[in-house]
Design a protein around this ligand. Sequence first.
Ligand code: HEC
Ligand code: HEC
Length: 495
Amino acid sequence: MSLRGVSFVFLSVALRLSAQQALQIPKTWDEEMLHEWATPIAALSVRPGHFSAKEYYASPVDNYRSYPVYAAGREPAGYFERLRKAKPEPLIQPAGLKTKAEWIAAGKRVFEESDIGSFRRYEADIIEEFHLAKSARLARLTPRKDGTIPGARWVVTDRGLALGAENCTQCHRRALPDGGVLDGPGMSDTAAFFVTGMIATVPGLSAVPLPGDSSTTGTWRSFAVPWLPGDIHEQIKTMDGPALGRVFLASIGPDLTPRWSGSIFYPAKIPDLIALKGQKYIDATATHKLRGTGDIMRYAALVSYADISDFGTHRLLTDAQRKIPFHLPDEALYAMALYVESLEAPANPNPFDARAAAGKKIFERDCSACHTPPFYTSGKLTLAEGFTPSPALLREYDVLPVSVRTDASLAMKTRKGTGFYKIPSLRGVWYRGRYLHDGAVTSLEEMFNPARLDPAFVPSGFKSIDTHRAVPGHEFGLRLPAADRANLIVFLKTL
Ligand code: HEC
Ligand code: HEC
């Protein structure tokens, strides 16, 4: 064989190998990867547990496309009748996918069409109600510009037509004023969240059925921290409906919904998925590591149907509840994770002018050690006030061992209580709707207003209804002369 022939063979083998490697689909529920994925709970010094790979893959595969639900007068002719007669179509068909771009396009569909499987309803009366939004509660909703009802989906399943609830897009999709949508940042209104509440019969904030639970017990189970003396969530058991409703409502708003294992008293805002780049951990309190695409797949599975909720000796679910109802194909989660990784911020309309240049100088002096370009985060963790990590934890995690002294409750008093707060990326802060982990403030002007430290200050974002608190901590920039602070904000808006 000539030298040219050899190198040609070598090249084509190498190309084939690299094409295969590029599309090497991680296993979602991979024991080895799960082993040290979750961050230990600070108060317990143990990592939350997880279902075994055997349990995960023994559950049935769920792989259905879903379709929009239209408001009265907006449904295309014959649409609903066609769906009623339609055969189920798979959410993902991996056989046809070759290039990364094709996988990302397929992932966009998974992101927008995937519904929360445990919430599906098959009863004729609720399907009848949602078809053309017949009831008063649905007629009150403003449809999206394309005529669809936010939050609701039709799912054609092997059991027949179901009414389903949006999953990721319910929270991680923003409606734009021009009628378009932007995937990544939190939702701009709460309509989809409330529509989900109309559809789901699962109690509390669970994504899976909680057999045996009343609505109160399910809500308590969503947030309870049994190892914490004086856990604030214990009162959920004895609160009357209106009182619980008030606390719930305070934790819901644009860019804000409580999550399983989070809290209605100490919520985490909905993060912008575009700003995940440059991060090494997932969630405001770094509940899990972000080591690559596989961890985004794992996180999507965890929050949608696979959270065992074991914390050392504390088991939050009853034996009847410790079940994975179904799982998405690994290919669907892989495509969705690639789509999430591909999300980009919209074009920034703010010019980089002389004031921004002045602000940049201040930023480089006071901020960039933590909010380091190009992602405007060093990717490190900081400590919640009152948390002292063990030497072993400091070896395993990338920690800047200081505290910015923001409200410590989420990181210390919830099941997401790792003791850490991530340093958020500042890319796209100009369109972010809320700032700080609990979304207490809703503009950069408010974030850098020194008055927010005043105990009497009432924030425009999340405020706890019982215990008034100002917005403490992260005092960087607050003592700058007003003109410098203004320039700093001008610069931040260019990121
Ligand atoms: C009910 C609202 C809701 C739904 C539905 C939802 N999320 Fe989230 N998501 C949140 C909130 C709130 C957080 C922040 C949690 C925290 O910080 O503790 C979050 C965090 C995340 C993160 C971590 C981001 C970061 O910056 O650390 C990822 C990734 C993510 N979600 C992806 C998804 C995907 C994929 C889906 C669909 C499978 C989904 N989410 C469904 C509300 C939601
Ligand atoms: C010691 C590290 C550190 C320094 C220095 C620092 N920050 Fe931060 N920054 C953080 C952490 C940690 C958070 C998240 C705190 C929380 O949510 O509780 C944060 C949050 C923010 C946020 C809110 C982002 C969001 O989406 O919630 C903005 C904006 C911000 N910082 C800007 C700045 C600016 C401007 C400076 C300099 C004047 C600065 N930071 C200096 C660590 C730092």
